[in-house]
Ligand binder design. Structure first.
Ligand code: V47
Length: 363
């Protein structure tokens, strides 16, 4: 292996990995550029096993997308619709109550709730949503509202981000999912989502949450018009924020799905780029405890291989995912526990059911 690493001119990076030294942005770029995928995976796997051993985590969760009405209408998104559009929808609090009730006989531990930036649902709706979920299922962990939604809600309620997060936490919010980060580069945001919260502000919302003891995740949407440099800048910005707060639990590279979006001419991501993103993020984000291979976007087969390329988490049972499926995602709507565990065991890993905050439930 050492000879192969030398021949591929990656040996200096390997030495850093072995010594637990931080990789530079230039190192990250070289890793993205290399065609030696197995060597990249080999190095990422060293870090993955150092941090998480042979475990592969999953969660018994449920997704609820309360509304697709959105004022941002990002080019890469097939989910968001203008208010009044024939496919636009919004769930009432009773609809949300019903969604939770429908699955009370299953051991769901987390509900993941996100939606578009709705122009006129009132602030109270979001607080009541938390309360309704907790009334039906008091022990469930609510992971809800991306940093972009939090900034929107704060504005809606005439609150600072901190006050808004306090209101939400009092009503039942447990943690924040990683969506809405896209690629922080202003060039990309200008081209694809000019209305969206700028990258620095996304990071500010996350850091504010962390300082209040609310943990969160982070994502990067890759495989559209971003450059490798822009991916590295994104990872570097997250690494810096994590140095400051330590509040990120997990990083999830999200594979772009072009169908029904404003970027339909872009080809879907390939398996090589999917695995590279898992591996490079594992190697660059040395201060993130977990890297998630989100099977819904990667497909179960790539997600399974990703468990040897740096990922230690597959997300979970999910059920009723809309954002990927509206953009042409062909994976199932959900996976049962047995199938997830089988996928993990086939990869030679040990399945471990976790809760949202990575406490072990069983395994
Ligand atoms: O914010 C939008 C992205 C995100 C597309 O935190 C798209 O554990 C691909 O963030 N193709 C939502 N991606 C999903 C998300 C997520 C999923 C699972 C777990 C966690 C977590 C977070 O999906 C959006 C946006 O960045 N997205 N459109 C698309 N066409």
């Amino acid at each position: 292996m050492e000879t192969a690493l030398k021949q591929a001119e990656l040996y200096d990076i390997y030495e850093k990995v072995m010594n637990g030294q931080r990789l530079s942005r230039e190192d990250g770029l070289r890793l993205y550029e290399t065609s030696h995928l197995p060597l990249l995976g080999f190095m990422a796997n060293i870090v993955r096993e150092r941090k998480n051993g042979n475990r592969a985590f999953y969660i018994y969760n449920q997704h609820i997308n309360y509304s697709n009405v959105c004022t941002n209408l990002c080019k890469f998104c097939a989910f968001g619709k203008e208010k009044g559009h024939r496919d636009a929808y919004e769930m009432s609090l009773d609809d949300i109550r019903r969604k939770i009730r429908e699955r009370l006989d299953e051991p769901v531990t987390e509900v993941h709730i996100v939606g578009g930036l709705h122009p006129d649902l009132p602030y109270q709706y979001y607080l009541d949503m938390m309360r309704v979920v907790k009334e039906e299922r008091p022990e469930i962990h609510i992971q809800a509202f991306t940093c972009v939604e939090i900034a929107h809600l704060a504005e809606l309620g005439n609150r600072s981000v901190e006050e808004c997060l306090r209101d939400l936490a009092e009503a039942g919010l447990g943690s924040i999912p990683g969506g809405g980060a896209e690629v922080f580069s202003p060039r990309i945001r200008e081209k694809l989502c000019p209305e969206k919260l700028p990258g620095e502000q996304w990071i500010e919302v996350a850091k504010t949450a962390h300082r209040m003891g609310i943990q969160s995740n982070a994502t990067m949407l890759y495989g559209h018009i971003e450059s490798l440099e822009e991916r590295i800048e994104h990872l570097d910005a997250l690494r810096k924020a994590q140095d400051e707060t330590g509040g990120f639990m997990c990083f999830i590279p999200l594979a772009f799905h072009p169908k029904n979006t404003g970027l339909e001419s872009v080809a879907p991501t390939g398996g090589v780029d999917d695995l590279k993103n898992i591996a490079v993020s594992r190697l660059m984000l040395d201060n993130f405890p977990h890297i998630k291979a989100y099977w819904v976007m990667l497909g179960p087969k790539i997600a399974q291989i990703a468990l040897s390329f740096g990922a230690d988490d597959l997300d979970g049972t999910v059920l009723e995912e809309k954002i990927t499926h509206m953009a042409g995602g062909e994976t199932d709507q959900g996976m049962v526990r047995g199938d997830i565990e089988h996928l993990i065991r086939q990869a030679g890993r040990e399945p471990v059911e976790r809760d949202t905050l990575y406490n072990i439930i069983s395994g």
